[in-house]
Every structure is written in C-alpha cells, then in structure tokens.
Ligand binder design. Structure first.
Ligand code: FAD
Length: 431
C-alpha cells in the first residue's frame, strides 16, 4: 500500500505541513499534481501568467524529485474527481494527504473527492499549511468568528506560541517517497496555454524591505513592499518562515500577514461573501453601472492620474501596489458608482496574486460593505492621495507619461459631484 500527497496551493518541498504528514505516515508517498480543467477551462487568456507560473514551479519540483530523490511527480491534466478514480485503480492507495483550501469551490471539489475516496475505504486527510491559524483557531469568547480586525489581531497575537511558527522538517523524511522512474512531462501547450511575458517577482526577498516596511509601504514609486503575494498565493514560500521574520523585524508587516489569515477565515465562515455584500443592506445600493465608465476605468483613462497609473500597472504587469488598489477600488465603487463585483471580477482575471479571500475582502472593504470596512462616508480623494503618496509624481510619470500634456483626458467625473452622489446613494440604501 502507498499514500498520495496532492500538491495544490503549496508548491514547495520544504516546510510543507501535509507533505510532512504523508512522509511520516509509514506509507511510501506518491506525489501528485493535477492541472484542474474545471479551473483552466474558465480562463480565456491562453497566456495567463498564473498558469505559466504554476507550470514552471511544478516542473521544478518534478526535476528536484527525479534528480535528487529517486522519485518523480505524477502530473495529471483533468478534473480531480475523474483523476482520482483512475489513480486508485492504478496504484494501491490507502490514504491521500493534502493541505486545506478554504475557497468555496475548492471545498466543494474536496468534498466530492473525499466522498469518492471514502466509498473505496481510502482516507482523505487535510492539513493546515497556508495560514498560521486555521479557520476556527482564533474565535471570539462565545465561539463565533471575529468580524472586526483589531480584536482578531490581538487575540491572534496573544495565542501565538513559537510552536505555530515552527517549520515542518520535510528533508529528514525525504527518503520516504515512492521510488519510481520519471513520469511523463506535461508541456504548457499540452495544457493549451502559452508562456506569458510577465516577469515573476523573486521569492528571495530583501530583508531591508521588511525592516523599513512601515516607512515605505504606502509609496508606490518605492520598492517598499515585498512583492511576495504571488508566492504566498501558490505556496512557493512558507508562511511560517515569513511570519517568523515578520514577528522579529516589523510589527506592521506582521499585521499585513494577519490580514491575510483574517480574510481566509472570513471566506471560510461566510462563503456567501463571494457575491453578496457582507453587510446585507449594501446590496440595496442603486449602482450606476455605466459600461463606458467601466471601460475607461479598466483601460486607465479616467483622467485621474493615480487611478490611471494603477490600472495601467495592472494591465501591463499583472500587479498593482496596495495603496493604489485601495484608490482604484474606491474610485470605481464611490466615484463611478459601479458595483464592486465588476471590479473584483476584473482583478480576478488580471492579478498574478489573485486570491479569492483577499480580493473579496479588499473590494468589500473599499466599497464599504465588508468586514471592518472603512465607513461609507469616507471617500478617497484621488488627487489628495496622489499628492500624499506620490508627491514627486514618479509613479504616475512611469505609467501615464502623457499625464501633464493636453492629450491627457479630462476627469470622467468631477470629484465633488461624485462624492456627494455616492454619499446620497449609499445613505438611501442604508436608510
Ligand atoms: P506586502 O505589503 O509586502 O505584504 C506581504 C503580504 O501580506 C502580501 O504578499 C499578502 O500576502 C499579505 N497582505 C498584505 N496586505 C494585505 C491585505 N490588505 N489583505 C490581505 N493580505 C495582505 N492580495 C492578494 O494577495 N490577492 C488579491 O487578490 C488581493 N486583492 C486585493 C484587492 C483590493 C481591492 C485591495 C485593496 C487589496 C487586495 N490585496 C490582495 C491585498 C494587497 O493589496 C496585496 O496583498 C499586496 O499589494 C501584495 O503586494 P506585496 O506582496 O508587495 O505586499
């Protein structure tokens, strides 16, 4: 008998909780990765950089396993349930190990796989790996989930013992893989995708960025944030390793990692927030949903330089700085009165670090309808945000070179008018 370790958003061999459990289970471990057609078939862009990134990381893990450990990675392409049906008839599988994923669609997928495996007397085990505290480990005294960040963060820190940040010593048990010849490689074209031109951020970050994070994080022209979001999304860096460093070096940075756990926990407990306002009343807002305005926002042609710079950075690099994400999201929902779900969907297609929990959390926060959101009457002024966070206009000049020339368009809405319209529209919905 053997066991399977199923890689998903944990693409690394070191400090991997589920992999460690599999390797210490007493059974030989067959590692598997599935390019899930239920996800890939939904992607229209055949040069989707995320697929390229995952493919590259999977290939690298496979190579390491083959060259150093006398095993291989079984890479499949299809629907996970169907793949598992084949795998259990091909291999003498007793158990399947994996790391938990809290996205509603992932939970459904895992439930179907679990039911099937159970019918074959095969155990399916999920472990906590992508967060420090699992979905129900930091709860209010009455056992219900927190809906406000600060008390959650305080409880989180008070519960945090070194044990939670310890890495899993996978290396020590690495000889427990199932020994085999290399399995077939899958090329990107086998998956009907192509390489993208996007540059992937380095996972070897500069410690200095973390040390000076609190001073530089809000300035998009500086290299003030780590750009590790892609690696945290796909598990190519361990959250425990980063959290150990964060705790030691910079509390502000540590808090941002806690926001990530917070949104994962929220998504798990409130899966409806994927397409419903967390605060129900906000679903009564009468959005303008002007398609022409939405197009201009997407293309970075609103006539507001900071908004346009952000959208162009996103369109060109698949990344956008956090401060600018807040500004463009506020602009879309408040100035243009366009439903936050439109913006969320646009980010979902474009962002290299797209993560359902953080994206829904960020959008609902900006629209004022989410957990711990800014009050609706606080409307970002995009001109003031520019003065404050890009005082030398460096970021804007980089992405909107024509911004101070006559070619640059007039603002699509006037700030004062837009602000008052948003306030009255929100007020109407909430009354
Ligand atoms: P750093 O500032 O270096 O932070 C380190 C890590 O902490 C990040 O990589 C990320 O994993 C986490 N983090 C930081 N800020 C937040 C936050 N506010 N919420 C949750 N986690 C955070 N982040 C995503 O990873 N995926 C998304 O799809 C996403 N969508 C967003 C949408 C909106 C409208 C907003 C306002 C924010 C969104 N964020 C999202 C959060 C944040 O903007 C990014 O995590 C951050 O910009 C990534 O850059 P970095 O790695 O340099 O971050």
């Amino acid at each position: 008998k053997i066991c399977i370790f199923w890689f998903r958003r944990d693409l690394r061999l070191n400090d991997n909780a589920g992999l460690y459990r599999a390797l210490t289970s007493g059974l030989k471990v067959l590692p598997v990765f599935i390019f899930d057609t239920d996800i890939l078939d939904e992607l229209d862009d055949k040069k989707d950089a995320r697929v390229h990134f995952i493919w590259q990381e999977v290939k690298s893990i496979k190579k390491t396993l083959e060259e150093k450990h006398g095993t291989s990675l079984l890479v499949k392409h299809g629907s996970p349930l169907k793949i598992f049906k084949d795998l259990v008839s091909e291999f003498p599988v007793a158990e399947v190990f994996t790391n938990r994923d809290y996205e509603p669609s992932a939970k459904e997928r895992d439930k179907a796989v679990y039911e099937f495996l159970k019918s074959k007397d095969i155990v399916f085990k999920g472990f906590k790996d992508q967060v420090i505290f699992d979905k129900s480990e930091v709860m209010k005294e009455d056992g219900t989930p927190y809906e406000v960040f600060t008390p959650y963060m305080k409880k989180y820190k008070s519960q945090l013992k070194p044990f939670y940040l310890k890495s899993y010593p996978v290396k020590k048990y690495i000889s427990n893989f199932y020994k085999c010849e290399p399995f077939d490689n899958i090329s990107l074209s086998d998956l009907s995708f192509e390489k993208s031109n996007v540059e992937f951020p380095d996972r070897n970050f500069d410690k200095e960025t973390i040390r000076s994070y609190h001073e530089n994080r809000d300035f998009p022209a500086k290299k003030g944030t780590t750009r590790l979001s892609l690696h945290l999304r796909f598990g190519t860096i361990s959250i425990r390793k980063l959290a150990r460093l964060a705790r030691k070096e910079n509390d502000k940075f540590f808090n941002e990692l806690i926001w990530r756990d917070f949104y994962q926990m929220i998504l798990y407990h409130f899966p409806k927030s994927v397409n419903e306002a967390f605060k129900k009343k906000y679903d009564a807002i009468k959005w303008e949903n002007n398609e022409e305005h939405f197009k201009k926002w997407c293309e970075g042609k609103t006539g507001y330089p900071l908004v346009d710079a952000g959208m162009r950075e996103l369109n060109e690099t698949d990344f956008m700085h956090n401060r600018v994400r807040m500004v463009v999201a506020s602009f879309l929902t408040k100035h243009l009165l366009i439903d936050w779900r439109w913006g969320e969907a646009y980010f979902a297609v474009k962002l290299l670090d797209y993560d359902q929990a953080s994206n829904i959390g960020g959008w609902q926060w900006a629209a004022g309808c989410g957990v711990d959101a800014a009050p609706y009457f606080r409307v970002f002024n995009p001109e003031l945000q520019l003065k404050k966070f890009d005082p030398e206009n460096e970021y804007v000049k980089k992405w909107v070179p024509e911004w101070s020339t006559p070619e640059y368009p007039e603002p699509i809405v006037e700030h004062k008018f837009a602000r008052e319209r948003a306030l009255s529209r929100y007020k109407e919905a909430l009354s």
